[in-house]
Design a protein around this ligand. Structure first.
Ligand SMILES: [Zn+2]
Length: 254
């Protein structure tokens, strides 16, 4: 495989839609598989693109169910595999991730930690397999991390869930692809500091100098074409709306 590859597993915002699970992205490079977020229904579709136990690490942006609830499904798979429980794999998430999964599973935290080696995220960079992953806090009602992922000179940023924030512009500076949430559309009544409109996603991409913008976390009750049209008014580069099974990486951008 030449370089890194991101496969969109789930891009439906806030809850799963008819055509996509909630948030989940598979990143692959050098035979290593990193999953970012694991929302409702993600584990099912993920198995179309990776072996059930072929995942090497997981990053969780925040503890809203539409970004992490299928960690509980994956814990069950690793715990109760008929040929034996699987060893713990690294899970990077906000403080409280193990307790959150324990709650979903109605298990104790020690049982969760027997399958998931949970690390608390902090702003900053770390190596996860072949990837350099930089996390920073986004603007959302619970502690939420956006990610910048770099491999062999190719750069991707993922907004997770966020309202407007300079931190996203910094994370996405000069990236090849900004995968940005666009939960809202123009109009009155959008609450501040929760989500971006598609137009605001475009503004962040423009300010960051991102070479391509992919809208994601698209909520099923909104029209995708309208979101694309609104983003196109504030971002003039290549622009797409995410679909499940979409592949992003060197050679596919633009
Ligand atoms: Zn959220």
């Amino acid at each position: 495989m030449a370089g890194m590859r991101l496969t969109v597993i789930g891009c439906s915002g806030s809850f799963p839609g008819p055509d996509s699970p909630a948030s989940c992205y598979l990143l692959e490079a050098d035979g290593f598989r990193l999953v970012m977020d694991m929302g409702n229904g993600a584990l099912g579709v993920l198995q179309r693109h990776a072996e059930l136990f072929g995942i090497d690490a997981i990053c969780v942006s925040h503890l809203h169910g539409d970004h992490c609830i299928d960690l509980s499904s994956y814990w069950i798979a690793r715990q109760y595999a008929p040929d034996g429980s699987r060893p713990p794999i690294p899970v990077y998430g906000p403080q409280g991730t193990a307790a959150r999964v324990a709650g979903f599973c109605a298990e104790d935290v020690a049982s969760i930690r027997a399958r998931f080696e949970v690390h608390d995220l902090e702003p900053g960079s770390r190596e996860i397999g072949p990837f350099r992953v930089t996390a920073d806090r986004m603007n959302h009602p619970v502690e939420t991390f956006g990610f910048r992922v770099e491999h062999a000179g190719w750069k991707l940023a993922y907004s997770a869930d966020t309202g407007e924030t300079d931190a996203l512009v910094r994370l996405a500076e000069g990236v090849d692809v900004l995968l940005s949430e666009a939960s809202f559309q123009d109009g009155p009544g959008n609450p501040p500091d929760v989500h971006l409109t598609a137009r605001q996603a475009g503004e962040h991409a423009t300010r960051a100098g991102a070479r391509q913008l992919v809208l994601t976390h698209l909520v099923p009750w909104y029209d995708r074409e309208r979101s694309l049209a609104e983003a196109a008014e504030s971002y003039c580069g290549p622009l797409l709306a995410a679909n499940t099974a979409m592949v992003i990486g060197p050679g596919t951008a633009g």
